[in-house]
Design a protein around this ligand. Structure first.
Ligand code: BG6
Length: 486
């Protein structure tokens, strides 16, 4: 079923996401034989390009990063371009061009991939419907961010839901396509030894970190109104939390897995009012040294627009102490943290176990399981061992390590390859259901409301440092430390 011929229509098809992620991923899908012979990729943009221009652009901008690019000509021949301006003056002409391109292919799968800002999702679906292009075999893929709060997310879901059935709607969170993230489910549910200790009796706390070295050059227009909480926590970090905390689903099936994730999101203890000050931290980077480079602060990032009041208030770092209020996790904090311009790119989940119930040796430190998402994907378990020697017993923490790169020789695919393959096959397991997205916003909204209402600015932190002091204090208050500080 995954090799049915399809028309994949990318709205925003010449944009950054498409050029950097979607087209390279589709090339790899094609090279690996996962696109049917007759599958076509149709980019829609305002660019005024024809097929030849678009193919030339992809050849110039996408191909260089692909090495030998075996089978490139076959891939390029799948590409088409349609100029359209949803809601704009050029609109009718563009839809006519798309309609004639799709004529006679009503029985093919049809995927509308909206790699465009969320306010275009509703209008796009409406126009596609009016143009008669929405067939029973159609699906729509929505890129994040899905709105900027619960109300806007609901409005988008309603608008898209008026045209497409929920089973046709694929909401992307590209973290769910990452190899190591899928591996987390396999680790938990295809091994027997973790489950008995995967609860508040044995686990002290969990840390989920997505640290980036990149800043936000050229992204002010988006980022000023997003910030780290909306950009990373509402989606990526909460999805990771769900996978760590969820109950074992009865089968690896689209609804079973997502049902369990929703239950986790609905069990998150709300953080409201003055608690927000206690349980959350936000920061904004100022200029600093990152490696050998001096980099500008957020407000001085090169951009086509000048910083505004919103720029001063937006957070580029966020940390939250979350709690999952259910039987398994009562009393176990989940510390979430993400930031731009931190010293190293490091995404990981750290499960910190409790102390042994009764210590007969001095110097034991608790076990710790580190699931490294990127870079250097792997799993590391910290054990205590005895240092060799005939004298006094000396304990030392030693890692039991699995490096994916050393263990598997196959290429690690980009997250978008997995997700596009699943979209083409009609498998939504790794996509967010409406109730998941809305439950996540329901938890995020009061935090943002308090931040905005307080009139306070985020704590500054110099680029290249581990974020604002508050992040350290969030754990230090409970005698805990972030993984790399230990
Ligand atoms: C995106 C955010 O969703 O994820 C970006 O909008 C962020 O701000 C990116 O840089 C991180 O993704 P990855 O795959 O590089 O960890």
């Amino acid at each position: 079923a995954d090799r049915r011929a399809a028309d994949l229509i990318i709205f925003g098809g010449t944009g950054d996401l498409s050029m950097r992620k979607l087209l390279p991923a589709l090339y790899h899908c094609d090279r690996d034989g996962r696109l049917a012979e007759d599958t076509r990729i149709i980019a829609m943009s305002r660019g005024g390009l024809d097929d030849a221009d678009f193919r030339g652009k992809v050849d110039a901008e996408v191909r260089p990063a692909l090495g030998a690019a075996e089978g490139w000509d076959r891939f390029v021949n799948r590409l088409h371009h349609v100029s359209v301006d949803v809601g704009g003056p050029a609109e009718p002409a563009g839809w006519d061009a798309l309609t004639s391109l799709l004529a006679g292919r009503e029985d093919h799968d049809r995927v509308f991939y909206l790699a465009s800002p969320p306010m275009t999702f509703g209008p796009f679906c409406h126009s596609a419907y009016e143009a008669g292009l929405v067939t029973p075999q159609s699906r729509v893929v929505l890129e994040k961010p899905l709105g900027r709060d619960l109300a806007s997310a609901q409005a988008i879901n309603d608008e898209v839901g008026a045209i497409f059935d929920e089973s046709q709607i694929f909401r992307i969170d590209h973290y769910l396509g990452k190899e190591t993230v899928q591996n987390l489910l396999v680790l938990r549910f295809a091994n027997v030894f973790l489950e008995p200790i995967w609860n508040s009796l044995w686990i002290d706390h969990v840390q989920i970190t997505a640290a980036e070295t990149v800043g936000t050059p050229g992204r002010r227009g988006y980022y000023d109104h997003a910030g780290a909480l909306r950009d990373m926590v509402q989606n990526h970090l909460l999805q990771l939390l769900c996978l760590v905390a969820m109950e074992p689903p009865s089968k690896n099936d689209r609804e079973a897995v997502r049902d369990e994730k929703v239950k986790v999101l609905e069990s998150l203890r709300p953080i409201v009012g003055s608690e927000v000050d206690r349980f959350t931290v936000r920061g904004q980077y100022t200029s600093g040294r990152l490696g050998d480079e001096t980099v500008p602060g957020y407000l001085d990032e090169p951009d086509s627009t000048r910083p505004t009041a919103a720029s001063h208030r937006v957070e580029t770092f966020a940390a939250v102490r979350a709690e999952v209020k259910n039987w398994r996790w009562a009393g176990v904090p989940f510390y979430l943290r993400t930031g731009k311009r931190l010293p190293a790119r490091q995404s990981e989940i750290v499960v910190q176990f409790k102390d042994v119930p009764h210590a007969i040796f001095a110097g034991a430190t608790p076990n710790r399981l580190v699931l490294r998402l990127q870079p250097d994907e792997g799993i590391h378990l910290r054990l205590m061992a005895k240092e060799p020697g005939a004298g006094e017993v000396t304990l030392r923490p030693v890692p039991l390590s699995l490096s994916f790169a050393d263990t598997f020789t196959t290429r690690v695919p980009d997250a978008y390859e997995r997700l596009l393959t699943d979209v083409l096959a009609g498998n939504p397991t790794l996509f967010m259901r409406r109730d998941e997205v809305e439950a996540a916003w329901r938890w995020i909204d009061p935090i943002i409301a308090h931040w905005e209402g307080s009139g306070m600015s985020p704590e500054p932190y110099p680029a290249g440092t581990a974020g604002p002091a508050g992040a350290h204090e969030l754990l230090a208050r409970s005698d805990r430390t972030w993984h790399e500080e230990a």
